[in-house]
Design a protein around this ligand. Structure first.
Ligand code: PMP
Length: 386
């Protein structure tokens, strides 16, 4: 048989799957993968259910249902003061994941340099490589996840086509501050690069912070694409409804990629997301407030078990230093050990870096019912007290 595609074939089974399978085999509380263990807002699900019965159920427009594109434009005006023309600047996709693929395939040519900040959400690098992009890596590292400005500056140059940023950042929980965003914006302008802003956690920021899209900085509207995910905004990660917003000239080639990948997204889910985006401020405050309480609940429990818990300003995730409980192996050993022996699963952060030198940190997801978080931390307290 002839070889299959070398880039995708070269990747092993994802660490998420490996840990989740181990979690299943041992019947653990799985805090490794970031999805809520609840069903999401009932009113939004009802709109989706009714839309399936009432129809239409045929192909929606390639760019997305007009009512959803308008709702996304209204959302960006309401939260960020960003003005988009809904007919041309907004594209609906089958999840933030498809949006990532569309942007990467729509913007880069083989040989273009793409600047990526590790630790990486796992889709970025395979897609950049498959598109023929040349990855230029910069890393932020625990415990403080500072952006190394010299390294970022050194990674950028005239060949830089695209800078990919993720804020709020999975897995670190870092929210890039105004100075960091300005620094990135200056580099993008200096080298005439596009910036792909993965902002799927835009509404999950804590402690009174406000999410600031890079596209809202002066001169950045023309070169940024902003990616969002209804799965994250409505705690229904299986829905796979996403969006990309940006200037029409950049959205046009991205829409071509979308046209050749999925073409469209289920119409009932689009209708329900359009309804959901119009929810009042109390909904959005409740989303981040509830998750902030869960972050604090898990952080307290992990501290009780003896962990140094790193701060998390957004997302679903908290990171701990595994050396603080006297664990001498690496993070992969640690996650295996707590899965098989303590009945709790976490994710080794080293899996999200190229190269294994950041190997003492584990990521726990707190987007779970309080009972699960309490039970998980009680198990860890018992295990590490032994
Ligand atoms: N980007 C990041 C940083 C994510 O964490 C996720 C989902 N885990 C996605 C993109 C993909 O979003 P979706 O589930 O809407 O495809």
């Amino acid at each position: 048989m002839k070889p299959t595609n070398a880039i995708f074939s070269g990747y092993g089974t994802s660490i998420f799957e490996v840990m989740s399978q181990l979690a299943k085999d041992h019947g653990t509380i799985n805090l490794g993968q970031g999805f809520p263990d609840t069903e999401g807002p009932e009113d939004i699900r009802r709109v989706a259910a009714e839309a399936v019965i009432a129809g239409p159920n045929q192909y929606p427009p390639m760019m997305g249902l007009p009512e959803l594109r308008q709702a996304v434009a209204d959302h960006d005006r309401r939260f960020y003061g960003l003005e988009w023309e809904w007919q041309r600047d907004v594209l609906i996709t089958s999840g933030g994941g498809e949006a990532l693929a569309d942007c990467i395939f729509g913007l880069i040519d083989p040989g273009d340099e793409v600047v990526l900040i590790e630790p990486l959400y796992e889709m970025y690098l395979p897609l950049v490589r498959r598109a023929g992009g040349i990855p230029k890596m910069v890393r932020i590292e625990p415990p403080d996840w500072q952006l190394p400005r010299d390294a970022l500056e050194a990674a950028c140059g005239p060949q830089t086509k695209l800078i990919l940023i993720n804020t709020p950042h999975n897995p670190s929980g870092k929210v890039f501050d105004a100075y960091e965003l300005e620094f990135i914006a200056d580099l993008a302008k200096r080298y005439d690069a596009y910036v792909m802003c993965d902002e799927v956690f835009e509404h999950i920021v804590f402690d009174g912070r406000a999410h600031v899209p890079l596209a809202s900085l002066p001169g950045m509207r023309e070169r940024c694409v902003r990616i969002g995910s209804a799965g994250k905004i409505f705690s229904m990660t299986g829905w796979k409804v996403g969006f990309v917003v940006g200037a029409a000239e950049i959205i046009a080639p991205i829409a071509k990629a979308h046209q050749f990948i999925t073409f469209t997204t289920p119409p009932n889910l689009q209708r329900a997301v359009a309804y959901g985006l119009g929810k009042g401020d109390a909904y959005y405050a409740g989303l981040s407030g509830d998750l902030q309480d869960k972050r604090d609940l898990l952080a307290r429990g992990l501290a009780l078990a003896g962990f140094d818990v790193l701060s998390s300003s957004g997302t679903y995730f908290l990171t701990v230093d595994i050396r603080s409980v006297g664990f001498n192996g690496d993070d992969v050993d640690f996650c295996r050990e707590i899965t098989t022996k303590a009945g709790v699963t976490a994710l080794p952060v080293s899996a999200l870096y190229q190269g294994a030198d950041v190997s003492h940190f584990a990521r726990f997801a707190f987007c779970k019912r309080d009972e699960a978080l309490i039970e998980a931390t009680e198990r860890l307290v018992r295990y590490f007290a032994m």
